[in-house]
Design a protein around this ligand. Structure first.
Ligand SMILES: [Zn+2]
Ligand SMILES: [Zn+2]
Length: 142
């Protein structure tokens, strides 16, 4: 049986892999303190899918924290190689963010917003055509 899928990806070591069956609903880049720490670079690039459209193989480890807007954030990563893979926002219960760098092919990724721009390091450059928010845009903040 061959199933049509939108995208697929995996962690560095291959212990965790996933397949996505529909296009993302939101694409964004976040420069908040937590995303910089969790990714080890200047921002996190995330594509948000419906949770049910992302089929995960393997058991990722997770770490929960509270964002400065008061919502919980759970980050999922490979327990063996540490690759960041997914994120879940307490405010978006039916969505799963996929760390775009873990995709096999991310050529379709086109963020519509840069958030937490106030924490952007001067060495991290962004497409000037993307909407920039100093914190979280109101629509996501609620
Ligand atoms: Zn791994
Ligand atoms: Zn962030």
């Amino acid at each position: 049986m061959t199933e049509e899928y939108f995208a697929a990806g995996r962690c560095l070591c291959g212990k965790i892999s996933y397949t996505i069956f529909a296009p993302p609903r939101v694409m964004s880049q976040c420069h908040c303190d937590d995303c910089r720490k969790a990714t080890g670079t200047g921002h996190a690039s995330n594509a948000f899918f419906k949770q049910k459209d992302v089929h995960i193989s393997g058991e990722p480890s997770s770490y929960g924290s509270v964002a400065d807007n008061g919502f919980s954030v759970t980050r999922y990563f490979c327990p063996v190689c540490g690759s960041p893979l997914f994120g879940k926002l307490g405010s978006l219960k039916n969505s799963l963010a996929v760390a775009v760098g873990s995709l096999d092919d991310s050529s379709w990724f086109k963020p519509s917003a840069v958030v937490y721009n106030k924490h952007k390091p001067h060495w991290d450059f962004m497409d000037p055509g993307i909407s920039v928010y100093e914190e979280m845009p109101p629509v996501v903040k609620k």
